[in-house]
Design a protein around this ligand. Structure first.
Ligand SMILES: [Zn+2]
Length: 258
């Protein structure tokens, strides 16, 4: 049996949305991008990245291209609707006004997919430590709320990312993260004089602080079994493989619009 090329979010699925986190298997790229690399700015052949995107969409049952943007570890929002494409704008929050697919590229950073089932809107968020420190998840909730939604009814899935086991950070990063929400310090540890952070858990805290209900937040990332750095067979990892690491895509879309 061929290996799976993505993980589907059970929670988003239950509420009428596709929530897709790609894995590294099933694509056409050669090492070090083998094989389902989904970014064309990593040194991989852009044709392969394009082919890989089509493979993923086909296997996941999505008929439309996702909206993507230039990610800069910030908190800027891009509003999207209709046919998806790679936008020239810089944004780490892609808000779909009509449920059409929106996506972020990650390799260790935390992908967060959020849906507003009552209004059929959804958001893809790229939250590395810089974005997390800038409360990018809270900004995403605020944007969905401004569009007319109620956070009490939102659903979120936090995807595979680097775990507490491997995400070693410096003292300054630890200090910046500890300021981003009340309980962030609870999700950092010190081992042998070094600091480690659980980005998935810190982002879950931010979502709750923004008004979401705990039972509406699914954490696929943050567990060691889904740590991108620990599991080279399943995941790309910037921390492990450096600049020439492939990238995953996390996609969210209303089923009626995809
Ligand atoms: Zn790990």
């Amino acid at each position: 049996m061929p290996e799976a090329c993505f993980i589907r979010s059970p929670l988003l699925e239950k509420h009428g949305f596709h929530g897709i986190f790609s894995l590294r298997n099933g694509g056409v790229s050669q090492a070090p991008f083998a094989s389902l690399n989904l970014a064309d700015n990593t040194g991989d052949n852009p044709d392969n990245a394009e082919k890989n995107l089509n493979i993923l969409l086909c296997k996941a049952g999505l008929n439309s291209m996702p909206h993507r943007a230039l990610q800069i570890h910030g908190q800027r929002i891009l509003n999207c609707r209709g046919a998806g494409k790679m936008h020239p704008q810089q944004a780490d929050i892609l808000l779909s006004e009509d449920g059409s697919p929106v996506a972020v590229r990650v390799a260790d950073c935390t992908p967060i997919l959020i849906a507003d089932p009552l209004n059929k809107r959804c958001v893809a968020v790229h939250a590395g430590w810089r974005g997390t420190a800038q409360t990018v998840a809270a900004h995403a909730i605020e944007a969905l709320q401004k569009a007319g939604g109620n956070p009490q009814t939102f659903i979120a899935s936090i995807g595979p990312c680097i775990g507490l086991c491997c995400f070693e950070i410096g003292e300054e990063t630890a200090a910046a993260l500890s300021l981003c929400c009340d309980k962030a310090a609870k999700h950092m540890t010190q081992r042998n004089g070094k600091y480690f952070a659980d980005l998935a858990a810190i982002n879950a805290q931010q979502l709750q602080k923004s008004g979401m209900q705990r039972q509406h937040i699914e954490c696929i990332g943050g567990q060691q079994e889904n740590c991108t750095c620990c599991h080279a067979a399943q995941f790309f990892s910037y921390r492990r493989d450096g600049q020439r690491s492939g990238r995953h895509l996390a996609i969210v879309a209303a089923k009626t619009a995809a």
